[in-house]
Ligand binder design. Structure first.
Ligand SMILES: Nc1ncnc2c1ncn2[C@@H]1O[C@H](COP(=O)(O)OP(=O)(O)OP(=O)(O)O)[C@@H](O)[C@H]1O
Ligand SMILES: [Mg+2]
Length: 469
C-alpha cells in the first residue's frame, strides 16, 4: 500500500447497487476500497475481515463482517447520494420548475379573475409523456390553496365510467369543505339535496345513467343523464361556494381517458359555470390529442377552454433545470457536461431529471465533468428503460408490437398512416385503423390535427430500437 492511502472502515459503504463500473463488484478492479488521501496514514483504520472481528459468539457465524467500500465511499460530502436533488419520478415536483412561468401566470390570472367574480375559460395543459403536466397541476393546486380555494383533484383512469362514478363523492367532499354542515345556508342545503343519493353508473353497454337512491326535492329536476345533470351539480356546488365566499378548483389529470360523454359533460358544465358567473375553476392536463377529442365531443369546447401545449424546455430553461438544483447543494457543472446532457435529453424534463441524478451519482468531486456525464449514460438508459419506457409496452399483443415497431422505424415525430401501413407491409392505411384506435386509447400514440400519428412518449423510437422488441 502506498503511503498516504487509507483503508476504509466497514461502515464506509452505505450505498446500494454501487461500484458497478468503476471496479467492483461485477466489474474489474481491485476490491481494496482505497482512496487517495493526503491524510497521514493511520494504521488503526484498516481493512477488517471476519477473523479480525471480536464478535460475541451468541451472534452466530459471521460470513461477511464488512461490506467492501465502493466509489460512493470516495464521494466528497457535496455529491453524497443522499443529497442528490433530482426527481426522476412521475408527478414529483422538481427542485427547479424551469421554463413554465407563462403558464403558471396564466393560471394565476384565471384564479384571481374568478375569485373577483369574473368569468374565464378553463385551462387544459396538453403535452407528451414526462413533460411536466402533473407537476404543473401540483403548482396550480398550491396557487389555488393560497387563494383559499377548495381543491378537487382527480386523475382519470383508463377504466370506462370511472369519472362518472367518482365525481359525486368528490363533489360531496368539496361541498363539505366549502362550509361545514353546521354552517350550511340555503344554497349549500340545495346543493346537498342535489347530491343526495346521486350515483353515477356506467353499464357494460356504455349507457350512462344517474340514479338517486333517496330522491330529494332538489334532485327531482335531474334527468338521469350525466351530460345534462353534471351542469346542475356544478351549478349547485358553485352557488354554495359563492354563498360561503369560497372558490372551488377542479384539477383533472389524464383527461384523455374520459369517455366522450364525460368530456361533453365537462364542457357543458363549464358553459353553465360561465353563464352563471360561478366561482369554479376548471383546469386539467392530458395528452396532445385532447383538443381533437373534446372538439369531437362538443363543438364549442374551443370556446370554453384554452389548450396550451407544453413540451421540451428551451436550452436556457433546460440548463437551469439541471444546474440550479446542483448549485443549491454546492455542486457545479462543467460547461461541456451541461452541453452533453442537453444534447442527449433534448430538454425533455423527465430525461433531464434522470440524467442529472445519474451524473451526480457518478461524480466524485464538486464539479460534474464531461467524463462523468459520459460514464452516467448507461445508467440513464437503464433507468429510463426500466421506469419510463418498458411499462408502455407491457401487455401489448404481438400485432400491436408490429405497429409500434413500424412507427418507430420511421423515426421521431409524426407520420402519415399510409407510411405506417407500408412499414407494416399493408396495402393501405384503412387496414391499420383498428390498431391506431387501440393504441390511442391506451395512450401510447396520438393523431395530430393533420391526421398524422406519433408516439406520446418522447424518444420512444430510440427505446424500441435498443430494447429490440
Ligand atoms: N419545468 C420543469 N423543470 C424541471 N423538471 C421538471 C419540470 N416539469 C417536470 N419536471 C420533471 O419531469 C418529470 C415528469 O413530470 P410529470 O410527471 O409532471 O410529467 P407528465 O407530463 O405529467 O408525465 P405523464 O404524461 O407521464 O404523466 C418529473 O420527474 C418532474 O420532476
Ligand atoms: Mg402526469
Amino acid at each position: 500500500m502506498a503511503a498516504g492511502e487509507v483503508f476504509l472502515e466497514p461502515s464506509a459503504c452505505r450505498r446500494q447497487g454501487c461500484g458497478r463500473r468503476r471496479g467492483w463488484p461485477g466489474g474489474g478492479g481491485r476490491p481494496t476500497g482505497r482512496w487517495s488521501s493526503s491524510a497521514p496514514r493511520d494504521d488503526s483504520r484498516r481493512l477488517v475481515s471476519s477473523t479480525d472481528v471480536d464478535r460475541p459468539s451468541h451472534l452466530g457465524t459471521v460470513y461477511s463482517v464488512y461490506t467492501l467500500p465502493c466509489k460512493a465511499s470516495k464521494k466528497v460530502d457535496a455529491v453524497d447520494p443522499i443529497r442528490n436533488p433530482y426527481t426522476p419520478n412521475a408527478g414529483a415536483s422538481p427542485p427547479q420548475l424551469a421554463g413554465r412561468d407563462d403558464i403558471i401566470e396564466e393560471f394565476q390570472i384565471i384564479l384571481r379573475r374568478i375569485a373577483s367574480g369574473k368569468t374565464e375559460k378553463g385551462l387544459i395543459v396538453t403535452g407528451l409523456r414526462g413533460v411536466g403536466k402533473t407537476v404543473l397541476l401540483g403548482t396550480f393546486e398550491a396557487l389555488a390553496k393560497e387563494e383559499r380555494a377548495v381543491v378537487v383533484k382527480h386523475e382519470c383512469a383508463k377504466s370506462p365510467g370511472e369519472f362518472t362514478r367518482k365525481l359525486p363523492a368528490l363533489t360531496h367532499r368539496a361541498l363539505l369543505e366549502v362550509s361545514p354542515k353546521s354552517r350550511w345556508q340555503e344554497r349549500a342545503k340545495i346543493a346537498a339535496g342535489v347530491l343526495q343519493g346521486f350515483k353515477g353508473h356506467y353499464d357494460p353497454e356504455g349507457r350512462w345513467s344517474v340514479s338517486y337512491e333517496r330522491p330529494s326535492m332538489e334532485a327531482e329536476r335531474l334527468t338521469g343523464d350525466f351530460v345534462t345533470d353534471l351542469p346542475d351539480l356544478m351549478e349547485a356546488l358553485g352557488a354554495a361556494a359563492a354563498e360561503a365566499g369560497r372558490i372551488v378548483a377542479f384539477l383533472v389529470d389524464e383527461i384523455q381517458f374520459l369517455e366522450s360523454d364525460e368530456l361533453s359533460a365537462l364542457v357543458m358544465a363549464k358553459h353553465r359555470i360561465n353563464q352563471r358567473g360561478l366561482p369554479i375553476v376548471l383546469a386539467g392536463a392530458g395528452l396532445p390529442q385532447l383538443p381533437n377529442l373534446t372538439a369531437e365531443a362538443q363543438t364549442y369546447a374551443e370556446r370554453m377552454f384554452r389548450w396550451p401545449e407544453i413540451g421540451r424546455l428551451g436550452s436556457e430553461a433546460a440548463a437551469e433545470a439541471l444546474v440550479t438544483p446542483a448549485q443549491g447543494e454546492g455542486v457545479e457543472y462543467a460547461d461541456a457536461a451541461v452541453r452533453l446532457i442537453l444534447e442527449y435529453t433534448e430538454g425533455y424534463p423527465y430525461f433531464l431529471q434522470e440524467y442529472g441524478k445519474a451524473a451526480w451519482d457518478v461524480a466524485e468531486d464538486t464539479t460534474i465533468t464531461e467524463s462523468d456525464v459520459l460514464e452516467a449514460k448507461q445508467d440513464v438508459e437503464d433507468a429510463l428503460d426500466r421506469d419510463f419506457f418498458s411499462l408502455r409496452v407491457g401487455g401489448l399483443s404481438p400485432r400491436d408490437l408490429d405497429y409500434v415497431k413500424a412507427l418507430a422505424s420511421l423515426g421521431p415525430g409524426e407520420h402519415a398512416p399510409g407510411d405506417i401501413a407500408t412499414a407494416m407491409g399493408k396495402k393501405s392505411s384503412s387496414q391499420i385503423g383498428s390498431w391506431t384506435q387501440r393504441l390511442t386509447q391506451r395512450g401510447l400514440i396520438y393523431s395530430s390535427r393533420r391526421g398524422r400519428v406519433a408516439f406520446t412518449v418522447p424518444h420512444f423510437e430510440r427505446y424500441v430500437e435498443r430494447a429490440n422488441l
